[in-house]
Design a protein around this ligand. Sequence first.
Ligand code: AMP
Ligand code: ZN
Length: 465
Amino acid sequence: MNIKLKFYNTLTRKKEEFIPKTKNPTMYSCGPTVYSYAHIGNLRAYIFMDSIRRVLKFNGYKIKGVMNITDVGHLTDDGDDGEDKMAKKAAEEKKTPWQIADEVTKIFMRDIGLLNIDTPEVVAKATNHIDDMLKFVVGLTQKGHAYETSDGIYFDVSTFNDYGKLSGQKGKLAEQISGARVNINSEKKNPQDFALWKKAPKNHIMQWPSPWGQGFPGWHIECSAIAKKFLGAAFDIHTGGVDHIPIHHENEIAQSEALDGCNAGANFWMHNEFMQVNGGKMSKSLGNTYTLTDLADKGISPLAFRYFCLNTHYRKALNFTFDGVNGAATAYKRLLNLLAEHKDTNKACDLTKYKEEFITAINDDINIPLAIGVLWTMVKESPLSKDVFDLAVEFDKVLGLDLEKAEKEKIADIEIPENIKNLLSKRTEARKNKDFKASDILRNELAKLGWAVKDTANGQEITKI
Ligand code: AMP
Ligand code: ZN
């Protein structure tokens, strides 16, 4: 069975066969900005990164992944001006930016662990790589792609012909690139020129020595510099959310290709669509930027949230609602219950077609929702068999839902409502009297109310459907 692995490439706007540049594919993922806790939308981006990693591994690849931790900057107005977000938060909380970054990074690493996100091989803090960034910036100035102003070093986009190719705005230099705000900075040669390095005002907390005096890196340079350091000038995949396409990633491409030639940077650019809340934007002012801890407080486990995310393809917007995530939690529990039943039964089963369908789905641009559909069909349509359980556990290398831990819920572990208890005791009575017709009617009645009953040597066992 040889099912080609295809990914959608934002750069070419089509699905392309994935052929890595070297034996072990290389992937860079834009990591979190650690001045505030990651919200569930951010976490969607890392579940997406994780799915790519798992699909590559399922296909037999050994992957080298790198993710940065933005523990310096960036600036409040998303351009090159405004306050440093890290410094602002530190001042608000009367802590140093390093303390804030440390605390938030720890919680982020805990959260991605709880979500079964396969951690990239390298997790690199920006502040540990200032030298690599400076080397990059010096290289760009030497090649004539950057110029100095009174407040920093800027990339001159007019020196890079392909500027705008990722967002499909190539050649529209004179106009505003969609999404970018024009900075009223009279020293800039073009509105889209962006800061590679900023000169630090005296009271700026995070600053480092540079050929241009004390300063700090611009927003985009850390990703290009860290990717190059660990993966080489050219690598296979770059991930991030769609918000990064028009500015951050466009600028990364400009920096990398200007310095190291047209093959530099990523071969495949892959982006996850956004998560919304109740059909709208997530925002602090609406109080709907939930964290994983907020969900846990409402009884939603990290893996139930993961199951919820996996059921929407990464290139589709995902609308978060509590009804939706609760529905996903119920479905996930039901899946575990059904798998537990398969686990306990020894019966050989030919499942080849499910395996092929599963691989076809995941290799077609990581279609995890379709793959989960295949899993459900297998679990529901096959006779009870441990083979089903074993194949589900194999699929779980991609899904990461702890399916191997599926255990039947014990009667004692679940709360059984009074009406269900009554029906159960009526059924016990019917079976004692060998009234199997009445027993079957009661079983159907229980099923309609959402409870599955099974007769075992120890009597009736009940599970929530
Ligand atoms: P940030 O910490 O803001 O740099 O974001 C970390 C990652 O989350 C980036 O890849 C963003 O593109 C992504 N991201 C931010 N907001 C959302 C959202 N609402 N839905 C999905 N991804 C998001
Ligand atoms: Zn980045």
